[in-house]
Structures are given as structure tokens and as C-alpha cells.
Design a protein around this ligand. Structure first.
Ligand SMILES: [Zn+2]
Ligand SMILES: [Zn+2]
Ligand SMILES: [Zn+2]
Ligand SMILES: [Zn+2]
Ligand SMILES: [Zn+2]
Ligand SMILES: [Zn+2]
Length: 468
């Protein structure tokens, strides 16, 4: 920002204030400003509010420069100036204000009213374009005037607003959206709209907050493009009522029909009554999930064909949507449950650290594992949104292979996270969990890298539900 201001200052010999005000008026497009200013400086200055057009409302006794008329502290009956004695503030009607102030236009108001006005504009309205208080006068209040008469808190906030204005208009800059974070992130690769067709600009600020530079849909919606992510969320919103039932926390055991409640992030369910083990997501027997037959992640097209005879077409498309939505929502829920579970585990680990030989570093493995699980479940969640829109193809097959491998690895790690932690089991658990975490991390990288490359190569074909 400073460089842009200096540039304009050096070209036109303007003061800092004017350069900043002109740049703001041109939304920090210095090239355009310079071009227009060369053409007609007066017009540019009038438009930006640096000077009033001829014939604009002005006071009876215009004063060329910003002025301050202070009441004398001396006891004197002699008027200091005719303006000071006759002056009645048009806003508060105070006829003995401590001081009167005006901009170049000469519209005088008392200093109290100015201070109140500036504070209201800056602190309450969050405005960095502030004009003269006189009705119809479009003269801009210079930055230095705000600094001098607004007070430090008001000016600090004003500077922040100017910075926000700048960042908002520079395509490759963005503020971190995390609450309380004031970090600015630059991402030139994602500065154009067309770039978002081939990449997902997930960025991380210096404080470690990850967010998407291209949209505000989710903190990290890789591997799905911003546009498709928005599309999917819109669909979920529209279809939420039909889909709501699927999010319930209980399901019936497929064998004995007794009700089972899900209370952990792991999808490997065991019926308390008949000991039947099944998958929470596809309801299939869990034994199949450890083998090459594992196909929990694929939508079974044959079942869809069979169902077509019995059910209406709309029912089939709903089933298809629910297949993906169910898995999408489940990863979100599982991530939450894993985080809850970990909060309990962490307490236990801390206690253990106090009562055993274990060091702080040594009890961090579970934390790392949970963080990885949360990250990967976010990826997995979005892979289902992507798969919903992907046209059936070899590329999609491979995509689903990667998805399955990642999912399997994440489920294994989730299950490990739920195993009981006792001082004597820790060394074994730690090595298992650490290895699994590394593996899961690798699978996630493969998934994300491969989809990202697919976008660059134009490998993905979309079905008719999404228009690209
Ligand atoms: Zn006043
Ligand atoms: Zn004015
Ligand atoms: Zn941040
Ligand atoms: Zn995005
Ligand atoms: Zn059962
Ligand atoms: Zn399953």
C-alpha cells in the first residue's frame, strides 16, 4: 500500500493525504488513477472529494486552509476574530465552543461536533470515506484532519479501515477470516476467476489458520473446486429436509434389529445384543471391509438398476444423492465425535504424564493422530461432493480407489484412537498409531495431489447436474 501511495506522490508531486484519498477513490487501481489524472486532474480531484466543484455550497467566508480558531484563555472582552464571536455551531447550537474547525470548504462546526461525527463514522459505521458535515458538501475529510482531531483510537481504527479497503480491492490479498486474526495472506495464483476453474487455493495464514482463498464455503474444501463446493452446499440446503433423517444418531442392527447408538468417530459397529459387526455407513458386514471386496465408498449401480423397476426415477436420483450425502455428513459427524473423544483422551494422557515416566513429547502421538483424522475426514467429506458430480469414467474409478484407500486408513486410525490407553499399552499403541498417522497423511496427500493434477490436465468429466 505504501509503495502505491509513494508512487502516486512521486509522479504528481501530491502530498501523502491526497495520494491516499485519490487511490481509495480509484479502489487502489493506481494505473487507472494515473491515466485519468494525467487527462484531467481537476475532474479527478473533484470526483474524489479533494476539491468542490465550482458553484457548490460554500460558506460565506471561505477559508483557504483547514483552520482552528481557539478561544483565548486570557480574560479579554475584545473579540479574537469576528467569526469566533458571532459563531454558533449549526449542529449543537453552542455559541461558545472550545474551538471551531472547518475543511477547505470553510464550513465551520465546533470541535466537539467534529469529534463526535468522526467517531460515529469510523467506529460505528466503519466508514473510511468521510465527507464534510455540511449538507450537500462533498469535500472529503483528509486523513491528517482525522488524525489531528479524531483522537488516537478513532485514527487507529481509521487506518485499519483503510487497510481493509486496500486488501479488499487487491485481488491477490485477503484477510484471514479466523475470528480475531488480522493476518493478510497473498495468493497471486488464485487472483483471477479463471484460475479457480483448475485449482483449489487452500492457504494458511502465519497464525496457522487454513482457509480457501477463492471462497468462504469451508476452511478447506479440497479437493473440490470452489464452484462445485458451493453447488453442493446449495443442493444439500435445498434437500436438507429429505436428507435429515439420515443424520440421526441411531440405527437398527441389521441382524437383530435392536437399536444401536453411535457415540464415537469409528464406523465399525458391534451390536451389544447379538455381537454382529457391521459398517455404520453402508450397513454391510464389517468383515468385508478389511478385504479387497471393500466397496463401501462406491455407489452400487446394479442396485440402482434393480431398484428402477420397483421405484420411481426420482426415488433413484434421491437414493443416489443420499448415498453421497450420507457419507459426506457422516465424515463431518465422525470428525466431531473424534474430537470429543480426544478431549477425554487428552485429559487422561495429561494425568498419565504426571504419574509415569512419560514425557510431554511422548504423549503427543494421539494428538497428532486426531489432527490428522480431522484433516482427512474433511478431505473425505469433500471427495463425496466431488464424486457426486463426477461422470462415470476410468478416472472416476481411480478417484474412488484413492478415496477408498484413504477412507480405510482413516477408519483404522479412528479405531486405534478408541482403544483403551493404559501406561503399559502406551509404547505399543504409540508405535502403531504413529505409523498409521504417517500412512494416513501420505494417503491424504496422494488423494489431494491426484485430484489437483486431474484439474490441471482436464481429466475430470462432470455429469449433467453441474454445468462447468
Ligand atoms: Zn457543535
Ligand atoms: Zn464543506
Ligand atoms: Zn489467521
Ligand atoms: Zn473455495
Ligand atoms: Zn444385533
Ligand atoms: Zn461400509
Amino acid at each position: 500500500m505504501r509503495a502505491d501511495v509513494e508512487h502516486v506522490v512521486s509522479i504528481f508531486g501530491l502530498d501523502q493525504d491526497s495520494a491516499r484519498m485519490l487511490l481509495r477513490d480509484y479502489n487502489w487501481n493506481s494505473e487507472r488513477l494515473i491515466e485519468k489524472y494525467m487527462d484531467n486532474p481537476t475532474e479527478v480531484q473533484i470526483k474524489a472529494g479533494l476539491q468542490n466543484p465550482k458553484g457548490a455550497p460554500s460558506s460565506v467566508t471561505p477559508i483557504a486552509q483547514p483552520t482552528t480558531t481557539r478561544r483565548s484563555t486570557r480574560k479579554s472582552t475584545a473579540p479574537i476574530s469576528p467569526v469566533a464571536t458571532k459563531f454558533v455551531c449549526p449542529i449543537c447550537c453552542d455559541d461558545e465552543p472550545p474551538a471551531t474547525l472547518s475543511l477547505q470548504c470553510g464550513h465551520q462546526f465546533c470541535s466537539n461536533c467534529w469529534a463526535q461525527y468522526l467517531e460515529g463514522k469510523v467506529r460505528e459505521e466503519g466508514e473510511c470515506t468521510i465527507r464534510c458535515m455540511e449538507n450537500g458538501c462533498s469535500l472529503l475529510v483528509p486523513d491528517s484532519f482525522i488524525k489531528q482531531h479524531g483522537g488516537t483510537p478513532v485514527y487507529d481504527r481509521f487506518e485499519e479501515l483503510v487497510m481493509r479497503h486496500y486488501v479488499a480491492h487487491i485481488a491477490h490479498l485477503k484477510f484471514c477470516p479466523a475470528p480475531g486474526c488480522t493476518d493478510t495472506v497473498s495468493c497471486r495464483a488464485a487472483a483471477t476467476k479463471s484460475a479457480l476453474e483448475t485449482m483449489v487455493p487452500a492457504v494458511t495464514c502465519s497464525q496457522g489458520h487454513t482457509f480457501c482463498f477463492g471462497c468462504n464455503v469451508d476452511s478447506d474444501h479440497r479437493p473440490v473446486l470452489c464452484r462445485i463446493a458451493r453447488f453442493w452446499l446449495k443442493k444439500c440446503q435445498d434437500d436438507s429436509e429429505t436428507a435429515n433423517w439420515i443424520k440421526t444418531n441411531t440405527k437398527e442392527c441389521t441382524k437383530c434389529q435392536s437399536t444401536i447408538e453411535k457415540n464415537g468417530g469409528c464406523n465399525h459397529m458391534t451390536c451389544k445384543k447379538c455381537k454382529h459387526e457391521f459398517c455404520w455407513v453402508c450397513m454391510g458386514p464389517w468383515v468385508d471391509h478389511g478385504t479387497q471386496w471393500y466397496s463401501c465408498n462406491r455407489y452400487d449401480d446394479k442396485a440402482a438398476i434393480d431398484a428402477r423397476d420397483a421405484q420411481s426415477k426420482s426415488r433413484i436420483s434421491l437414493e443416489r444423492y443420499l448415498h453421497y450425502y450420507n457419507r459426506w455428513a457422516n465424515h463431518e459427524q465422525s470428525a466431531r465425535l473424534s474430537a470429543d473423544l480426544f478431549a477425554k483422551t487428552e485429559k487422561k494422557m495429561e494425568e498419565m504424564q504426571l504419574t509415569t515416566e512419560l514425557t510431554w513429547i511422548e504423549v503427543q502421538f494421539a494428538k497428532k493422530a486426531v489432527e490428522e483424522v480431522l484433516r482427512c475426514r474433511t478431505t473425505l467429506k469433500w471427495t463425496y461432493a466431488m464424486a457426486y458430480y463426477l461422470e462415470k469414467s476410468n478416472a472416476k474409478e481411480l478417484f474412488e480407489d484413492n478415496q477408498r484407500d484413504l477412507e480405510k486408513a482413516v477408519e483404522d486410525l479412528s479405531e486405534l484412537l478408541e482403544s483403551p490407553i493404559e501406561p503399559e499399552t502406551i509404547p505399543d499403541l504409540r508405535s502403531k498409531m504413529t505409523n498409521k498417522t504417517v500412512y494416513v497423511q501420505k494417503r491424504n496427500e496422494i488423494m489431494l495431489e491426484d485430484t489437483a493434477n486431474g484439474f490441471k490436465e482436464g481429466r475430470w468429466t462432470w455429469n449433467e447436474t453441474v454445468t462447468l
